[in-house]
Ligand binder design. Structure first.
Ligand code: GAL
Length: 997
């Protein structure tokens, strides 16, 4: 077999003069970033790759240019292969260690000048790869220097012998597929290429090769202890370790003398207060600089503590992703993402599912995040064969896996923000994963090891689950329940350990709902420390239709043979970074400052990890019918230290003359911080203080309707069709409706049904969700909710108004809903009293009970008095407050990668459509107010479109006045809508008034 194929199918972690894994630490030694324009040749198969491409004099004149770092499939060249998305399944036949012959191969060549004096006297030069997917065969000046494997792991090769003064030629042959692709089956795009920097590092003779500054903080004494580990030849000594900010320095004359350095009192590092100290490690040859955060991570019983305080993770899973550049890192964009997280009360990141670019961890140290750093490992595709031949339990992979864990640990070990090591994701368990954990335990006795597949806790320190229901969490906490794999008594063993949800609340499309249920579980079940939402960002790739329309491409959009569709778009922010409503919901639910407001008092709970509330100001805003009448700041003694709470009196709220009075308290930043400006709202709470009971009495109807010519009925400004009873115009504006609507364009949580549902589970028979049943969308279609037929039962023109009775029912069904509409004129207003009355026999859930009106197209700005500013659903409404809001119709729905239901806003009082003009008032009936949705497309049009650009030209604006809607849930990957947030078939009532503006 030819040598190339041997490399492709090799289990080896890499070859060549590989440098022992080291930390990524700044140095004053010279380096050369080889990023920039290289020559590039794409070949669809290795055997088509140019022969002799690594030869110094190889003629690359007919090659192309490529700018590194990049993924070659994202360069807009259709002849350079295409991205491919799969979740669990491998995109090639599973026959370890072989991969397809069709193995896209990129040859990269760079001719560069080595600056004079670059190679230190007696020193070395290392070639560092930050990340290459997936196999890189590197040559320098025609000589092979090594083979690099492990796509998102750093690797250094000693190239001193091959480097030459003056002109050098580097050649990298990168194969998209290799045996190591079996270890890299993460749920993401397959994106080949040199996507992180390639650098040359000058290593001075007797330099300081590596440094680990462990920085312990003793919460009892408040003192820090620096424990240096210096990797350097004996000749490199003496070495000085200094923390200038603390006035501490020690010089060690020899390796034997290196010892821990007490630094006295220090400010500890935490995600809330990320205090860092500059450290310098110097000798005659080199100075290395890094930032040190003092903190102690420990597990005591079932508590995971940092600096003696139990952690509370409010986290997200974060992939490295950019819609144009894939996994190529951009420091500024990464920082922007982290700022957005901080602004939404996110305090933790799991680097799913591989180590990020090293600079990312500099940012998390600096801005303050608890980080679970995860190794580059996933073999999920083996699940289909019951984990047979799985690499984590196959000794042939042992070296490769131990090499991976060593490389990721050593690179990142100095970061204060990293408080836990994760072996990888969804790679099953076995002796190799146990060996990885054992290696970490010895190397870093402090930080715990995480690995979710270790459900039995055989070799990890944290108990971790994905997408568990709160019932399962409670069972685990109590040590009871029947674990799904039938390991009786397992929960009893695990209950003595700390627990996290490494993934929960699947943010795919509209959702996930139910965050506050988890929040309560995290707050009340002692072993639970919080969780990481799946996931931060959609991974749609910016793409253009043949007609030139831009869209976010997902699985299948590049013609993949097998793919997992839009499952790659499941973030709290869209592909371009736009926040979805779930992010605001998360911020409201997860705020560590909890406010409970009554009319004259407020409880402030400080649930931060540390720090009091002196950074906050508390502003009380009173509104009457949504209009601000006063805004005052209240004085509040600092609530602290963290864990404390305080009650403060609030000034009296003025009684409104009419309508409702609402009081909102906002906890705002009192000063600019590193992550948000003064005035940024950290927490809020709202309470209704007064309601003046409306004096409107059931006055007799005013104007009587009249039957006009051509089958019309007129009532005040309204015209109805005399046959159907439909409203056809109002004050000369063409309208249509209302019809009863029980359907919504399914969300992706409605569409996917692999996870269990609470629907139709016998409450007594199960503690949680039952067996998977049909998806909600299938159940709704089966019930015919998307194809209700209407029959007009009556249109009565009476002295006191127009009474209409419609029956709605699907074909082949006896179930129906009667809709009774009673139109009257009262006090110059057109009043609609509507009642929906279901027949017996409906099962399951309904997505909505709405009145559907068709309005003219092209409506612009609208205003409403109700809840906002974002949409809200029964299990996702903590971010919604009552007030007056405005927006353009097109902005009222979210532009998800897959069009779906969105934009429902509950608690409607008034809706003003100035373009018509029309003012619609919704009165409370039976303690309930409807919500509304305005959208340029019908639910059917939305449901039929797989991408936004497939939506047809709008023919109407669809106004839904929903008496009730179904929750969102998280069933695209996780629990369905909980029973308390489901909409079960039921009767509904509306009281609406229509007036001119
Ligand atoms: C998890 C997995 C993630 C992602 C998620 C669903 O099982 O760890 O990588 O696939 O499901 O989006």
């Amino acid at each position: 077999m030819c040598i190339v194929y041997q490399e492709i199918r090799s289990f080896s972690p890499g070859s060549g003069d590989r440098v022992r894994p080291r930390g990524h630490i700044a140095t004053d030694a010279a380096s050369m970033d080889l990023s920039g324009t290289w020559r590039f040749r794409y070949s669809a198969r290795p055997d088509l790759a140019p022969e002799g491409a690594s030869d110094v004099d190889h003629d690359d004149a007919d090659w192309d240019d490529i700018v590194l770092p990049c993924h070659w499939v994202l360069q807009g060249r259709d002849d350079w292969g295409r991205p491919a998305y799969t979740n669990v399944q491998y995109p090639f036949p599973v026959e370890v260690p072989d991969v397809p012959d069709e193995n896209p191969t990129g040859d990269h060549r760079l001719t560069f000048e080595l600056p004079e004096g670059f190679v230190p006297d007696g020193g070395r030069v290392f070639l560092r790869f930050g990340g290459v997917e997936s196999l890189c065969i590197a040559s320098l000046n025609g000589i092979r220097v090594g083979v690099v494997r492990g796509s998102r792991l750093a690797q250094e090769l000693d190239v001193t012998a091959q480097l030459q003064p003056g002109t050098n030629v580097m050649h990298l042959r990168v194969h998209q597929w290799s045996a190591h692709s079996y270890l890299e089956d993460q749920d993401q795009w397959w994106l080949p290429g040199v996507f992180r920097e390639v650098e040359l590092l000058a290593r001075p003779a007797a330099g300081i090769d590596d440094v680990w500054l462990r920085a312990d903080f003793d919460p009892e004494t408040g003192e820090g202890l620096l424990i240096p580990e210096l990797v350097a030849d004996a000749a490199a000594f003496p070495i000085t370790v200094a923390l200038p900010g603390l006035g501490v320095a020690a010089t060690y004359a020899s390796p034997e003398e290196v010892e821990a350095l007490p630094v006295g009192e220090v400010d500890p590092w935490s995600a809330d207060r990320p205090t860092l100290y500059e450290a310098e490690v110097t000798n005659a040859a080199e100075t290395r600089t890094l930032r040190v955060g003092f903190r102690r991570v420990e597990i005591v019983g079932h508590e995971w503590l940092v600096n003696g305080t139990k952690l509370r993770i409010r986290g997200v899973n974060r992939h490295e992703f950019d819609p144009d550049h894939g996994r190529v890192f951009d420091r500024e964009k990464a920082r922007e993402g982290l700022l957005l997280m901080k602004q939404h009360n996110i305090n933790a990141v799991r680097t799913a599912h591989y180590p990020p670019h090293p600079e990312f961890l500099e940012l998390t140290d600096e801005l303050g995040f608890w980080v679970i750093d995860e190794c580059d490992l996933e073999t999920h595709g083996f699940v289909f064969d019951d984990w047979q031949s799985n690499p984590t339990d196959d000794v042939r992979w042992r070296d490769a896996l131990l090499d991976r864990v060593e490389r990721f640990f050593e690179r990142d070990k100095n970061h204060a923000s990293v408080i836990c090591w994760s072996l990888g994701n969804e790679a099953g368990t076995g002796s190799n994963s146990a060996a990885m954990a054992a290696w970490l335990n010895r190397r870093d006795p402090e930080r715990p090891v995480h690995y979710e597949p270790d459900h039995d806790g055989t070799h990890t320190d944290l108990v971790s689950r994905m997408y568990a229901t709160v019932e399962e969490m409670a069972d685990m906490s109590q040590g009871t329940g029947a674990p799904e794999e039938g390991a009786p008594g397992r929960n009893a063993v695990l209950a003595g350990r700390p627990m996290i949800l490494c993934e929960y609340a699947h943010a795919m499309g509209n959702g996930a709902g139910g965050l506050s249920v988890y929040e309560e579980a995290f707050d009340t079940l002692p072993q639970w420390h919080g969780g990481f939402v799946w996931e931060w960002r959609d991974h749609g790739l910016r793409h253009t239709t043949s007609g030139g329309q831009e869209f976010n491409a997902y699985g299948g959009d590049f013609g993949e043979q097998v793919h997992d569709g839009s499952f790659v778009c499941d973030g709290m922010v869209l592909s371009d970074g736009t926040p979805t409503p779930m992010l605001a919901e998360f911020a409201a639910v997860a705020s560590p400052i909890k406010l409970d407001v009554w009319e004259n008092a407020m409880l402030v709970e400080n649930r931060r990890h540390d720090g009091d509330t002196t950074d906050l100001r508390f502003v009380v805003v009173d509104e009457h019918d949504g209009r601000v009448v006063s805004e005052v700041e209240v004085d509040l003694l600092p609530v602290g230290p963290a864990g404390d709470s305080g009650i403060v009196e609030l000034p009296d709220a003025a009684q409104p003359e009419a309508g409702q009075a609402w009081r909102t308290v906002r906890a705002e930043l009192a000063r600019d911080t590193a992550w948000a400006k003064r005035g940024h709202v950290v927490a809020f709470a709202q309470v209704q203080t007064h309601t003046v009971v409306e004096s409107r009495t059931a006055k007799p109807a005013g104007e009587a309707p009249a039957i006009g010519g051509s089958g019309r009925i007129t009532l005040g400004p309204a015209v109805f069709d005399a046959r159907t009873g439909d409203l056809t115009s109002l004050r000369e504006v063409a309208l249509e409706g209302p019809r009863l609507d029980l359907w919504r364009a399914p969300t992706e949580n409605d569409v996917l049904g692999d996870f269990p549902s609470y629907v139709d589970v016998e409450p007594a028979a199960s503690r949680g969700a039952g067996a998977p049943g049909p998806s909600s969308a299938d159940q709704w279609r089966e019930a015919g909710l998307d194809r209700l037929q209407r029959r007009v039962l009556a249109v009565d023109v009476r002295q006191d108004g127009v009474r209409v009775l419609h029956r709605f029912a699907p074909a082949a069904s006896q179930q129906s809903v009667l809709l009774e509409l009673f139109w009257q004129m009262r006090d110059g207003e057109l009043v609609l009293s509507a009642d929906a009355q279901p027949s017996r026999g409906w099962k399951g859930t309904w997505p909505r009970i709405g009145l559907h009106f068709l309005l003219p197209t092209g409506l612009g700005h609208v205003e409403w008095f109700g809840t906002g500013p974002n949409e809200s659903y029964p299990d996702s409404k903590q971010a919604a407050v009552v007030g007056r809001f405005g927006g353009d119709v097109e902005d009222l729905v979210v532009n998800y990668a897959v069009p779906q239901e969105s934009g429902h806003r509950g608690g409607l009082r008034e809706l003003s459509l100035p373009d018509l003009p029309l003012l619609l008032r919704a009165d409370e009936v039976n303690g309930e107010r409807p919500g509304f949705q305005l959208r340029a497309h019908s639910a059917h049009e939305v449901a039929a479109a797989a991408h936004p650009h497939e939506l047809p030209t709008s023919t109407a604006t669809h106004l839904l006045i929903d008496a009730a809607v179904h929750g969102l849930g998280s069933r695209s990957c996780g629990p369905d809508v909980r029973p308390e947030y489901q909409l079960r078939p039921r009767a509904a009532q509306w009281s609406l008034r229509f007036t001119a503006e």
